[in-house]
Design a protein around this ligand. Sequence first.
Ligand SMILES: Nc1ncnc2c1ncn2[C@@H]1O[C@H](COP(=O)(O)OP(=O)(O)OP(=O)(O)O)[C@@H](O)[C@H]1O
Ligand SMILES: [Mg+2]
Length: 448
Amino acid sequence: MENKILIIDDEKNILSILSDILKDAGYSVFTAGTGEEGLKILKKEDINLLFLDVRLPDINGIDLLKQIKKEESAVEVIMISGHATIDIAIQATKLGAYDFIEKPLSLERVKIAVTHAMEKTNLVKEKDELIKINASGYEILGESKAIKYIKAQIEKCAPSDSKVLILGETGTGKELVATAIHTQSTRKTAPFIKVNCASIPESLIESELLGHEKGAFTGAVSRKIGKFELADKGTIFLDEIGDMGLSCQAKVLRVLENGEFERVGGLTSIKVDVRIVAATNKDLLKEIEKGKFREDLYYRLNVMPIYIPPLRERKTDIPVLAKHLMNLFCRERGLPTKEFEESAMDTLSNYSYPGNIRELRNIIERIAIMTQDEKIKTEDISFIVGTKKVDDIFSESLSLSDAQKKLLKRYVETQLENNKYDMKKTAEALGIERPNLYRKMRELGIQK
Ligand SMILES: Nc1ncnc2c1ncn2[C@@H]1O[C@H](COP(=O)(O)OP(=O)(O)OP(=O)(O)O)[C@@H](O)[C@H]1O
Ligand SMILES: [Mg+2]
C-alpha cells in the first residue's frame, strides 16, 4: 500500500517545498499547476491525499473540491490558501475537506495534518479490504478431513505471532490460507502486505523488501519505503519464497533474527514488528540439497507448517467447491442456478486437476457460461477429460492414420468413463452394437 499525495497549486515555490517535505517523509508525490492537470493525475493515479490551493488559474479550488468529492470520494483533501477567510474554511469543511491550512505553510502543521489524514484513509481502506475478505469469495470451503484440519490449524496459530510456512501445489489455496491467518489474528486491522518473490527481479527485491534511500543506486530518485516497513504492526506474506535468491534470503534471515534492518543505502537501523507468513509450491528440503535455499532460513520459517494437499487427494471437496462456485458465478451474472447431474459430478470428481482449485474455478466458470440448460450433464463437461489429452496429440507429429487411431482411442475411453464402463450404454452412445464395441476396444488397445 503505497501512499500517494497530489499537490495542486500554481505557486512553483509551494510545489517544490511541499513535495520535498513529503518525499522526505516517504510519500510518493505528484504535482500539478492547474486544476485540469490535477484532475488528470487524480484519474490516473491511486491518490490518497490531495493538497488543493483555493486560487487556481483555471478554476476556483472550492468548485474543484466539490467536483472531486463527487467523483473520487476516497481522496482526502487538505485545502491551502494565502487569502483564507473563515467563511471559505467553513465552506470547504462542509464540502468534505479534511483540513484547511493557511499560507505561509508551517512545517509542523503540514506534517501533523498529513499523518492524521493518512491514518484516516488507511482505516477506510482497511475497512473496505475487510469487507471484501468477508465476502463469500474468501471463505475456505471443503469438508474433507484435510480442510477441517487446516481450518483448525489456522484457528490455533492465527492469534499467536508464530511464523507460518504454507506448502502446497499451485492453486491449492495458499494465499487464501495466508489471508485467513491475518484476518483471524490480533493484527487484523493493521496492514497485510503481500510480496510475490517470484515476480520481482533479483536485482530489485532487496529494495522492494527493505526500501532504499534517495541516491542509493542509479534510478533511486527518492526514498522508498520497503514492504517490511509498510507491514509494521501487521503481517507480511512472502509468497513463492522458494524462488527467492540466496543473497536476498540472507537479508530476510537477518530481519527475522533481529526484527531490524537498514534501507538499501541507508545507515539508520529500522525496527519493525511484523508477523511472517510464507508460502511456496517448491519442496524446500530439495532446494536446500541443491544449495538453492538456506537451511537456517528454512528452520526459522518452518515454525508452524501448514500443508494443503492437492485437490485430487481430497475428492470429497470437489462437489462442495463445484456447487458453491457455480452458485457464485450464476449469481454474479444474474442467471438461475444450475444443478449438476450425478454422472456429471462424478466426472468432475474424477478429474486430476493439476491446477487444483484455480483450475476447478475456471472449469466451473466455463460451464456456467457455456451451458444453457439448468441441468449440467456429463457432455457439458466432457471437455475437461478430452482437451488436455487431445492437445498433446497436436504437439506430436503423427501420420494421419496414427492420429486418427489415437483420437479415436481417447474418444472411446472418454465415452466409457462417462458411462462408468457400462458396455451397453457406451455402445448406445457411440451408435454401435455391443460386440463391435468390444472389437473396437481390442483394436485400439483399451483395457476393459
Ligand atoms: N478451500 C477453498 N475454498 C474456496 N476457494 C478456494 C479454496 N482453496 C482455493 N480457493 C480459490 O482458488 C484460487 C486459488 O487459490 P490461491 O491463489 O490461494 O492458491 P495458491 O496456492 O496461492 O496458488 P499459486 O501457488 O498458484 O499462487 C483462489 O481463487 C482461491 O480463492
Ligand atoms: Mg499464490
